[in-house]
Design a protein around this ligand. Structure first.
Ligand SMILES: C[S@@+](CC[C@H](N)C(=O)[O-])C[C@H]1O[C@@H](n2cnc3c(N)ncnc32)[C@H](O)[C@@H]1O
Length: 243
């Protein structure tokens, strides 16, 4: 599999926090992350893709949501470089299958830096809370965006759900307080890894606004089709088409 190029020990972080990741997410978003992934899956499936890639799948929640909404005729691949996160995803998959559901998701381990898929293989790509990892203070940012574009077919849609820097000054102030004073400490306490949550809080705080993210995607060869600010602008949902 490809060279792992992140500048930060991101992989170690996710490997450390894998068992508490879902729980901490629910706490920090007041449970809204579940609803946002549902929305992202609806956007992702709107052009009726047959092959969907859930990039930076983590514990697989977005892939499972796509599977739930799409039924079994869609081929879904969950891709991530952390064995531990993927292990959680596979445990969830077995659990869902024991509940009598066929879950057409294949999980593959690897780095976005170099993906083992043919050019234009996927009709749609979704990435939920993962793009920040690929582009924030990451010297391989350009390469990651190029790889995403390469494996998505022309006209295929990239759906991005991600933290965002709110445009309202007041809300930005409260968002910054939350990310500075609450998330790193509470996340650290709940997961046992303060360093990981310090990184996650800092990268969220310094991350793009919806407008900046749109510009970044346009520059990387996508056309923004639709976008929405969620949670008073601290989360964004974007649908961008590969040019
Ligand atoms: C914040 S989690 C998001 C997980 C999931 N998509 C969600 O909605 O909760 C980010 C994931 O990206 C993965 N990741 C970060 N950089 C990566 C890279 N270069 N290649 C593959 N996976 C990566 C991490 O292992 C982690 O599981």
């Amino acid at each position: 599999m490809g060279k792992e190029a992140s500048d930060f020990p991101l992989k170690d972080f996710y490997s450390d926090i894998h068992s508490t990741y879902d729980r901490v997410n629910r706490v920090f978003t007041f449970g809204r992350d579940v609803h946002w992934r549902k929305m992202a899956a609806q956007w992702c499936l709107q052009p009726a893709p047959r092959k969907v890639l859930d990039l930076c799948t983590g514990t697989g929640d977005f892939a499972f949501e796509v599977a739930e909404q799409a039924g079994e005729h869609v081929e879904i691949t969950g891709y991530d470089f952390s064995d531990e996160m993927l292990k959680e995803a596979r445990i969830k998959q077995q659990h869902l299958e024991r509940g009598g559901k066929g879950i057409p998701v294949t999980f593959i381990r690897g780095d976005v830096h170099q993906m083992p898929f043919d050019d234009e293989y996927f009709d749609a790509i979704g990435i939920t809370f993962g793009l920040r990892n690929l582009v924030y203070e990451n010297s391989a940012a350009g390469r990651h965006l190029e790889e995403i574009r390469r494996v998505l077919r022309r006209g295929g849609q990239l759906t991005v759900l991600e933290s965002s820097n709110p445009s309202s000054r007041i809300w930005r102030f409260f968002n910054t307080l939350y990310l500075r004073l609450i998330l790193p400490y509470l996340g650290g306490a709940l997961s046992g890894n303060f360093k990981a949550y310090r990184y996650l809080a800092t990268s969220s705080r310094n991350y793009y606004s919806l407008k900046e993210m749109g510009a970044l995607l346009e520059e990387a060869g996508f056309r923004v089709n639709d976008s929405r600010a969620l949670f008073l602008g601290s989360v964004m949902l974007i649908a961008a088409v590969r040019k």
